[in-house]
Design a protein around this ligand. Structure first.
Ligand SMILES: [Cu+2]
Length: 147
């Protein structure tokens, strides 16, 4: 193998190594434990939970959730109103601090799936796309769990 061919081989190898990094922009947010609680497989509404981890150096914000599996998906928080728990739309989305994490948990933040186009038996998944201000879109499959 001549020097020219070695250089060419090295260039090809370098291109292969660099391809994934240049093709997709680095995503600083990771989603873990995505689940959606459904009262029964044909339920029209469900609450999605997950943990969002931001390993980046910049604060980010979850702006919206899009899905083909339901009429819509809203970001909800839960507030105590005179001892009564009420769900409330998160105006402006959900902030995810740099180097921090935000847990969507029962009694707190959740993704409200409205008009689910089920049935979604336990163990199946509800696909959704999370739209972040900084990280862009992240596709998530929420695993269906019983209430
Ligand atoms: Cu809700």
């Amino acid at each position: 193998m001549g020097a020219d061919m070695r250089a060419r081989a090295a260039a090809v190898l370098l291109a292969i190594l660099l391809a994934p990094a240049t093709a997709a922009k680095p995503v600083a947010v990771q989603i873990s434990q995505p689940v959606v609680r459904l009262a029964h497989p044909a339920a029209k509404t469900g609450a999605g939970f997950m943990v969002i981890t931001n390993s980046g150096l910049r604060a980010d914000r979850l702006l919206a959730v899009e899905t083909q599996a339901a009429t819509r998906a809203d970001l909800h928080g839960t507030i105590s109103d005179g001892g009564v728990m009420r769900m409330r739309a998160q105006a402006g989305g959900v902030a995810v601090p740099a180097g921090g994490r935000v847990a969507f948990t029962p009694g707190g933040l959740h993704v409200m799936f409205i008009g689910l186009k089920g049935p979604f038996p336990v163990g199946s998944t509800v696909s959704a796309r999370l739209r972040f201000a900084g990280a862009g879109t992240v596709d998530v499959r929420f695993r269906v769990v019983p209430p």
